[in-house]
Design a protein around this ligand. Structure first.
Ligand SMILES: [Zn+2]
Length: 249
């Protein structure tokens, strides 16, 4: 499988071949080099953007595909009142889920985090800042941010979190180094609901229902106002298909 190290090695060989085969400054040299750089950057970008490719680091993107067990995962909380309503629906249907919380959202929402734990849900970190440019940060700054989120979770729940979902699902070589240092497991997904860009819950429902298979890890966002209504429809329909809900732990 193509990964960052292999792609970089191929890139180096390609550049070496251009220097060997084409004279400096000729069209052969310029065009070949431009093409190789373009291809390299394109592959690196796609590898960073699609977590399921395991390009920069291995992520858990699905569970055992031979068993009808699936995981609902929620990003971006805790939020008041949205997450509280999501917890209500999960309780009503007796379903456990995994929440990837943003550290900066914890202050003021400590009781929601405690409720997640007491009701049997799993918690992972989704960074402290969820900064828009986090993928471009250096290792030191990235590590400080993630450590801050782990500390914030531990202060409220006393739990040592071992799961991490990269913000925007983007992975980079720095994420690989930091997650390794902190002994965190990267968690991706294989069912993307597109719930943040699609406000029509029927369309999100249809998408999730058609894509969910044995072992699916489903990406959802508990910060969305429409999430409780969607879940109230989705959970019974998935149960009807004999799926069993598990946490990622
Ligand atoms: Zn997020």
């Amino acid at each position: 499988m193509l990964n960052h190290r292999f792609t970089t090695a191929l890139f180096a060989i390609g550049v070496g071949a251009v220097f060997l085969c084409c004279k400096l400054g000729t069209p052969c040299f310029n065009v070949s080099l431009a093409l190789i750089v373009f291809l390299y950057l394109e592959i690196e970008f796609l590898g960073a953007y699609f977590i399921g490719l395991n390009f920069h680091l291995p992520s858990l993107n699905y569970l055992d595909k031979t068993k009808p067990k699936i995981a609902l995962t929620f990003d971006d909380g805790p939020c008041n009142p949205q997450t509280i309503k999501v917890l209500e629906v999960l309780k009503k249907h007796q379903v456990k889920a995994t929440f990837f919380v943003i550290g900066k959202n914890i202050a003021g929402n400590e009781t929601i985090l405690k409720q997640m734990i007491s009701e049997g849900h799993a918690i992972g970190s989704h960074s402290f800042s969820h900064d828009y440019w986090i993928d471009l940060w250096g290792k030191k700054k990235l590590k400080e941010d993630i450590v801050k989120s782990l500390d914030a979770i531990k202060q409220v729940t006393t739990k040592e979190v071992k799961l991490f979902r990269p913000p925007y699902g983007v992975t980079t070589p720095n994420f690989k180094l930091v997650l390794h240092d902190l002994d965190l497991r990267s968690i991706g997904w294989n069912v993307r609901s597109y719930d943040t860009s699609n406000k029509d819950i029927n369309k999100v429902f249809d998408r999730v229902m058609s894509q969910t298979k044995n072992g699916s890890v489903i990406l959802l966002h508990d910060r969305l106002d429409q999430m409780p209504e969607l879940l109230d429809k989705l959970i019974p329909a998935l149960k009807e298909k004999k799926f069993e809900f598990v946490t990622i732990e």
